[in-house]
Design a protein around this ligand. Structure first.
Ligand code: UDX
Ligand code: UDX
Ligand code: ADP
Length: 494
């Protein structure tokens, strides 16, 4: 097993693999980094000379790619050559929640990871370090190890050795480049044998090119895998905790932002990640918690499983609550009414929409026959339609069960909308002014900075009256909007 590397491959050119490898290449000019993907369009976009076409929008990423690409950073569809040449291979493919079979709706779908391991095993002729970068359930490294080992048994004569590392990525989207340049910590888990130690050393060397050594933590492989799930569960729990309190604030007349500020000054609690919202989204939080819940059930720890599951249920509740407030306020029906959505991405500064609260809020409003007009600075119309269509086919069972717990909400299972219905009722606009014209209400779903800077008087003048604003992110200036004449509702603003 090599303890120094000069050639790295990464399988998967997505939101994690792309930016992470770009930064490794930028910071380690002596290492050749090749990012491969089975999706030729994605690779073509990563190679596009027009840097605004990169498949992942992240502030600052274009400069990093411009600096390293074709110097020591390469994007390719030739998975086999990349595997063959590299001493270290990152697996950074998607691991969505299973939508079928055992563990449906809960467990992580590891089929893409498994395929990668099999392909590495087939192609490798020399020793390799295999790094799991995707978020994975605990003990996935063991599964990868088993696949790698069994294939070497099958090839007598050539028997390359493999060492598996867990190196979870903690970057947040929208700040990926900043987080990669200056991480709170880098976590590397490895096997306890001599090969494992050498492999860890090799990966520490890579990060040490720009990360101070004391911030590079090495642990046992299971601890590393579990730390990733735990970090995301804790972060999501903070949001569900403040969101739970936002409901109480609305009933009692307290202001959730004041409460968050007051508790955040306690150094044991800390000020970050306490922003009440319409609900968390993103590809990680819900998936990782459901994963953790599944794992706990598997190991017969039902109390622990229920504890964490509540974080996701509360998040579902928050999205429902927001929608219900819109419907209630608009005199108990939104049928035929025009609701403008500001924002579709799951957070600002990204074009990613996976699990965005906007999708669920839109779906529920559509169930009530609303007309939805969306403006998002980075999300194209095709993505918005694809998100709504995907949801029709993949509703989580819990989501349906959770619904009747809010009194007055639809008690029937939601209807499945056809693509045609979706396209009739949902319109995507190129400017916020077009989206909000003649609207009965505006819902803010993403906290894009630019939303604060609009000419709100102009928006008000073109809307139907009373002009309602439902600020699902508490970002707009309430006093200013009230002065103009808006009826404004926020999250946790009693
Ligand atoms: C998260 C973790 O932060 C990151 O460490 C991990 O590697 C991947 O998952 P990400 O999903 O990209 O990152 O974004 P994050 O900033 O964590 O936001 C997740 C969701 O929570 C967003 O929808 C965001 O709007 C919401 N959020 C976040 C809140 O509603 N309130 C907050 O205070 C913080
Ligand atoms: C608590 C609050 O900290 C304080 O701000 C409030 O004014 C009163 O309630 P207290 O109960 O005196 O203070 O002690 P604290 O240090 O919070 O510990 C409470 C319990 O939690 C103890 O039994 C302690 O052993 C336990 N604890 C604390 C843990 O089990 N793990 C921890 O990490 C911290
Ligand atoms: P993440 O947010 O985890 O980066 P993405 O879905 O953005 O997830 O990216 C994962 C990428 O992995 C996709 O571009 C997908 O095409 C790619 N991928 C999945 N399986 C394989 C495979 N077996 N070989 C190469 N690329 C793969």
């Amino acid at each position: 097993i090599p303890n120094k590397v000069t050639n790295i491959a990464c399988i998967g050119a997505g939101y994690v693999g792309g930016p992470t490898m770009a930064v490794i290449a930028q910071k380690c000019p002596h290492i050749k980094v090749t990012v491969v993907d089975i999706n030729p369009e994605r690779i073509a976009d990563w190679n596009d000379t027009d840097l605004s076409k990169l498949p992942v929008y992240e502030p600052g990423l274009d400069q990093v790619v411009a600096e390293a690409r074709d110097r020591n950073l390469f994007f390719s569809t030739d998975v086999e050559s990349a595997i063959r040449e590299a001493q270290m291979i990152f697996i950074s493919v998607n691991t969505p929640t299973k939508t079928y079979g055992v563990g449906k709706g809960m467990a992580a779908d590891l089929k893409y990871v498994e395929l990668c391991a099999r392909q590495i095993a087939e192609v490798a002729t020399e020793d390799k370090i295999v790094v799991e970068k995707s978020t994975l359930p605990v003990r996935t490294a063991q599964a990868i190890r088993t696949i790698l080992d069994s294939s070497t048994d099958a090839m007598p004569g050539v028997s390359p050795r493999f060492s598996v590392l867990s190196n979870p990525e903690f970057l947040a989207e929208g700040t990926a480049v900043k987080d990669l340049h200056n991480p709170d910590r880098v976590l590397i888990g490895g096997e306890e044998d001599e090969d494992g130690q050498r492999a860890m050393e090799a990966l520490v060397e890579v990060y040490a090119n720009w990360v101070p050594r004391e911030r590079i933590l090495t642990t046992r492989i299971w601890s590393s895998e579990l730390s990733k799930l735990t970090a995301n569960a804790f972060l999501a729990q903070r949001i569900s905790s403040i969101n739970a309190l936002s409901a109480l604030c609305e009933k009692t007349g307290a202001d959730v932002d004041e409460v968050a500020h007051a508790i955040g000054t306690d150094t044991r609690i800390g000020p970050k990640f306490l922003k009440a919202s319409v609900g968390f989204g993103g590809s990680c939080f819900q998936k990782d918690i459901l994963n953790l819940v599944y794992l706990c059930r598997h190991f017969n720890l039902p109390e622990v499983a229920d504890y964490w599951e509540q974080v996701v249920k509360l998040n579902d509740y928050q999205k429902h609550r927001f929608t219900k407030q819109i419907i209630d306020t608009l005199f108990n029906t939104v049928s035929g009414k025009k609701i403008a959505f500001l924002g579709w991405a799951f957070k600002k500064d990204t074009n990613d929409t996976r699990e965005s609260a906007a999708i669920y809020v839109a779906d529920e409003l559509l169930q009530d026959h609303a007309e939805i007009h969306v403006y998002d600075p980075k999300v194209p119309a095709v993505r918005i339609y694809a998100d709504l269509e995907y949801l029709q086919a993949h509703r989580r069972p819990q989501f349906v069960i959770a619904t009747p717990t809010i009194r007055g909400m639809q008690s029937d299972a939601p209807a499945t909308l056809s693509s045609q219905e979706i396209r009739q009722l949902v319109h995507v606009h190129k400017t916020p002014y077009a989206a909000t014209e003649k609207a009965h209400a505006i819902a803010v779903l993403t906290e894009w900075n630019e939303f604060r800077t609009y000419d709100w008087q102009k928006i008000y003048d073109a809307m139907r009256k009373p002009a309602f604003v439902f600020d699902g992110r508490n970002i707009l200036d309430r006093e200013e909007l009230k002065k103009i004449g808006f009826e404004i509702k926020g999250i946790g603003k009693g």
